[in-house]
Design a protein around this ligand. Sequence first.
Ligand code: ADP
Ligand code: ADP
Length: 227
Amino acid sequence: MAVVEASNLVREYRMGTETVRALDGASLTLDGGQFVSVVGPSGAGKSTLLHIIGALDTPTSGTIRVDGTDLTALGDDEASEFRRNRVGFIFQFFNLVPTLTAWENVALPMLLDSRSFTKAKPRAVELLERVGLGARVDHRPAELSGGQMQRVAIARSLIMGPKILLADEPTGNLDSKTGADVLELLAEVAHDEPDRLVLMVTHDNNAAAVCDRIVTVRDGRIDERDA
Ligand code: ADP
Ligand code: ADP
């Protein structure tokens, strides 16, 4: 089933009197159960595409459905709820809270919701075990290696059970071997559930070996062979 259906996306930014077209008619369909990387030159529109798919930004025109939801129809509160409950975000610099332990970082999105409060710790510990950090649940970020911090961030991205994970240069701050292990984990996470999509913007040369699909963005469009 298609998790992402984007058609003719245009995103313009106004910079004073200039208009920059970050996306210029990007169309793309992505199925679940896949690990997909988005590649292309700097300034091609990769981050803009990822932000629109994650409901962090809206297109100037075009249509975008993610996990069955028409993102252009969402108000600000609905978009915020969509981001919290339906999407997992993974960043280059991990974005962990330094004062919280690994399990607290993972549990944070659930701890913020009183309805799921009591389930948060057992679920966080289970996810840390899933990413190979069962022995590190009480460690703080400073006591973990870069690769371990990214594993914590991956566990956190999964806690609300999203169908789509968006990763922006997740190996950009890791050495090649550690990065390869993180890519392997992201591939496993994509394949764990039949309709989960992991979508990653990357410059990592190791990505081609583990990804199911590579999408090239150039001048605000998706390369036709990849759409
Ligand atoms: P990539 O991720 O492929 O490097 P981006 O999506 O970040 O590309 O940017 C695409 C183009 O849009 C670039 O020319 C960039 O300068 C421009 N752009 C992106 N975000 C903004 C913004 N918030 N304001 C103005 N221009 C932007
Ligand atoms: P709101 O404040 O509107 O409720 P949040 O800031 O809680 O929205 O964002 C919800 C999700 O979106 C969080 O998981 C957060 O990691 C992610 N997010 C928010 N802003 C950005 C951003 N600029 N880039 C990437 N992800 C973001």
